[in-house]
Design a protein around this ligand. Structure first.
Ligand SMILES: O=P(O)(O)OP(=O)(O)OP(=O)(O)OC[C@H]1O[C@@H](n2cnc3c(O)ncnc32)[C@H](O)[C@@H]1O
Ligand SMILES: [Mg+2]
Length: 194
């Protein structure tokens, strides 16, 4: 039997990555847009609070269990920025191209290019679930000045993994999911839901 789950996100890249892992193990994932759920507020300074806000919002408006994802890239030389503000690093409206341009410019004068992706997932069985299920993941890499690859989304063309000699956007979807912050968090979450 497949279990219906709302993905509390409007990000098509996230939807693709989640579906690849959750589809084969019996979940049918519905993006919140299918139910006309508007984007949730993301006012908090921590990833986990924003992910919980997204999950509760989607679950409240659909009456179904929901999965929230809040994620971002944290750059050590920039004191962890853009971090929780990654989606709007270069201001409104959200733009991957402008975010990447600003990231490369802000980092140009720094020798330390190390960074990591962070993802926290929050699953709620219903909108007021008092025991949300939470899992997170970290993926380490470096920011490069020139984009590489066409896969993934967001900061992936600039996120270089030294052990592979490739940027995240050069990986196949399966390779990215096997290593990524989101893949790690999702596998940990699935273990907790068993
Ligand atoms: O809030 P939702 O609707 O889920 O979609 P969003 O794109 O706004 O998502 P976030 O608020 O979680 O912001 C995450 C930011 O971090 C970036 N990001 C997160 N995971 C990423 C990944 O796997 N690859 C590239 N960029 C990523 C992404 O592009 C966004 O700019
Ligand atoms: Mg967002």
């Amino acid at each position: 039997m497949t279990q219906r789950l709302i993905l509390a996100s409007n990000n098509a890249g996230k939807l693709k990555e989640f579906s690849e892992i959750l589809g084969p193990i019996g979940f049918t994932l519905h993006p919140q847009g299918e139910f006309n759920v508007p984007e949730a507020e993301e006012p908090h300074a921590t990833f986990v609070e924003n992910a919980l806000e997204k999950a509760r919002h989607a679950s409240r408006l659909t009456g179904l269990p929901a999965l929230g994802d809040d994620s971002g890239v944290c750059v050590n030389a920039l004191g962890g920025a853009p971090g929780v503000w990654s989606a709007r690093f270069a201001g409104e409206p959200k733009s991957d191209a402008r975010n990447n341009e600003k990231l490369v410019a802000d980092l140009a004068a720094h020798a330390d290019k190390s960074a990591y992706y962070y993802c926290v997932l929050v699953y709620v069985r219903h909108a007021d679930d008092p025991q949300p299920v939470i899992a997170d993941g970290v993926w380490e890499g470096e920011i490069v000045a020139e984009p590489r690859g066409k896969g993934g989304f967001g900061y992936d063309p600039y996120f270089f993994i030294p052990s592979l000699g490739k940027c995240a956007a050069e990986l196949t979807p399966a390779e990215k999911n096997a290593l990524s912050h989101r893949g790690q968090a999702l596998r940990a979450l699935v273990e907790k839901l068993k």
